[in-house]
Design a protein around this ligand. Sequence first.
Ligand SMILES: [Zn+2]
Length: 484
Amino acid sequence: MSSITIAIGLEVHAQITSLRSKLFCGCPSDYRDRPPNANVCPVCLGLPGSLPVFNRRALEKAVAVALALNCEISDKLSFVRKHYFYPDMPKNYQVSQYDRYGLTPLAVGGSLTVEVDGSRRTVRIRRINIEEDTGRIVYPERSILGSRYALVDYNRAGIALLEIVTEPDLRSPREARVFLEKLGSVLEHLEVTDTSLEGALRADANVSIAGGARVEIKNIGSPKELEKALSYEISRQLSIIKSGGTVERETRHWVKEKGITVASRAKELEGEYRYFPDPDLPPIPVGRDLIERIARSLPELPDSRARRIAKEYEIGDYMASVLVLHKRLCDHFEASSRACGSPKLIASLLVNELLRWVDEAGMDIATGVSRLSTDRLCKLVRYLDSGLISVKLLKEYVRLAVLEDTDPEELVFRGMTAIREAEELERVVEEVFRENPKAVEDALKDPRAVNFLVGQVMKKTGKRADPKLVNEIIRRRLFEHGSR
Ligand SMILES: [Zn+2]
């Protein structure tokens, strides 16, 4: 398997959620939780005679992203019409950008480096475009199967999107996930996209194995789903290859609910889109002064932030590299470390515990962070320092805070403390001693026989006890026993 080359490329669509209005009209860009078709006007409904007006703030945001990804920026922004017929697109064309016939994308040729399991990979960025989002098709039965009709909501039609396309440089589903997380973090740091919003960061992935046909997977809504979709698709392709078949070039759809990819409509060929420059939107010059002004005001970005926090809080490069993948998590780490001290402990609780439970519960990081708040983290640091809870209990406290929103104080009140834990263990050890007098005699003569007693206690406690503590209690009891 390691000798087979897997090549993955991504086409990421990020909404510019920080804009107040849509890309070419004054309709509000905040469409979530709005009644269907409430944020619409003649422009974004594509009514005859309406004319688009470009939202210049979108250009500023796009330039910031291009600079952050070290891209070369074009001296003009030229829009094309990409034609295809689909009910979610009221004009029957999408305003986008194109890289042929003398037209150029906004930016080309950048890169973003990711680190996975200690090895770094630089992923080339092929292009960055500005384009408009489509509306949404809503199925009353939640899926296309089983619905007798479909509804269309144009609130999303015309929302500003960045299309960020990579070269096929990624080599595993895990790398693809970390890349999308890091790209999301760059967009968060630049205040371009709030990635916690449903549908704000989406990806299409193309994957080919050992130079075979390229399969495109559409409709992936998050980094975690991306990893799942690619893992599924790669094993699907590998089993075709193993059984002597040939992988066909096609477009597939990720069905999140079932965890599979399915073949979808044949994709239009490039020529069928009938791209042509949009006559309503003449090219907009992108001045050097604009680029320089934005370059000067760029905020701290994930890579330099990782270097700074690794040094400032002495948490090591690995912890820092994971924390900066999520701006919210990293902000939380810095605020909590300043408030409660113990940055190493806090980094480890956030990276090893919080992320694990958030992932397992399919929760967003914002919710996890609000449940394991700075106030709660400070309590945990205090409890551990004072010996009120053990490391094992600490982890349990984090789990309950994240999954059940339980305050650590409440758990102390319920008696879930090291003292109670020790009392409970003393009782179990006493029981084991009573039931195994022969083993106790053996252990008094041969220290290696202690392990049997430890094993018995672990068995009785369902392996939940802290082995170190069990060992201590048994040795102390043996000592008392022997000196009797
Ligand atoms: Zn509108």
